[in-house]
Design a protein around this ligand. Structure first.
Ligand SMILES: [Zn+2]
Length: 74
């Protein structure tokens, strides 16, 4: 068992990796982005990073601009 860096919960790395991989259909690599965090923290961190990325794309005009979304995530 490993202790999560974020919430200090004990978790199983294998299980966290499996959950992370299935959540993102294998598009994100737990060992690259989520390591050290339990599945819940790793997934919520990845989602918030993706939302920030989308908000930046909206600011740059690469995606349809959604003011609520930008306000919420930037
Ligand atoms: Zn955690």
């Amino acid at each position: 068992m490993t202790k999560c860096h974020e919430c200090e919960k004990e978790f199983d790395v294998e299980a966290a990796r499996a959950e992370y991989t299935s959540e993102f259909s294998g598009e994100l690599d737990y060992d690259e982005y989520g390591q050290g965090n339990c599945a819940d923290c790793a997934i919520s961190e990845a989602e918030s990073n993706m939302n920030v990325g989308r908000a930046i794309d909206m600011m740059n005009g690469d995606e349809d601009y959604d003011d609520d979304f930008v306000q919420k995530h930037l």
